[in-house]
Design a protein around this ligand. Sequence first.
Ligand SMILES: Cc1cc2nc3c(=O)[nH]c(=O)nc-3n(C[C@H](O)[C@H](O)[C@H](O)COP(=O)(O)O)c2cc1C
Length: 208
Amino acid sequence: MPNALTELRFPEEDAPASSARLSPDTLALLAERRSVKLRMLSEPGPSQDELAALLKLAARVPDHGKLGPWRFAIIVGDARARLGAALARVISEDSGIDENRLEIEAKRFTYAPLCVMVVSTAAPHPKIPEWEQLHSAGAVCQNLLVAAHAMGFAGCWLTEWPAYDERARPILGLKDHERIVGFVSLGTATQPVTERKRPDLEPRISYF
Ligand SMILES: Cc1cc2nc3c(=O)[nH]c(=O)nc-3n(C[C@H](O)[C@H](O)[C@H](O)COP(=O)(O)O)c2cc1C
C-alpha cells in the first residue's frame, strides 16, 4: 500500500494534530477486525518501510508523564528460527517435554514473516504509577495490531511461556525491570477468519 504510507503525516510537536475525525473506514475496521492464529500467518509481511511506519503509529499512545515506557525488539529473518531454537533449548530438560513439543517450540517464530516483541520498560517513578506505564505498553500492542490491519496485514498478540519464564529472559535480552507485554506477529492470513464469541457487554456497563 505505497499510497497509504506516503500519505501518512506525523505532526511535529506543537503542530496541528487531530482531535476528532469522521472515519467510517476506521469504525468498520474496529467493528470487524479479528486476530489470526499464529500458524495461519504467512508471507508477505510488512516491508522495512511499512514496519517503520507501523512502529511510529503503534507508539502514538496515551502515555502518562511522556515516559515512553516501552520498547520494540523485532524478530525477523534468520533470527526467527535462531530465537525459537534457543527458547526450545530452555525447556528441553523440563518434564513432559517430548521431541514433538520441542519442534513446535523451535518453529514458534517461523510462521509469521515478523514478530514485534513489545517490552514494558516500566520502572518506579515519583509521580507515574508503574500500573499506568504498563497500560501504555498494552495500548502500543493494540495500536500495532490495528495499524497493521489497516495496512493490509493480519496479526496476533501472544505472550505464552517465554514471556514469563525466567530462563527465557537473557535469551530475549530483557533487563531486570523489563516485562514482555506481547509478541505481536504480523503477516498475511492463509485462511479466512470467522468471528469469535465476544463478552456480553450488558453486565459490564453501568452508569453513575
Ligand atoms: C496480553 C495478551 C496475551 C495473550 N496471550 C495469548 C497466548 O499466550 N496464547 C493465546 O492463545 N492467546 C493469547 N492471547 C489472545 C489472543 O491475542 C487471541 O487470539 C485474541 O484474544 C483474539 O481476539 P481478537 O480476534 O478480538 O483480536 C493474548 C491476548 C492478550 C491481550
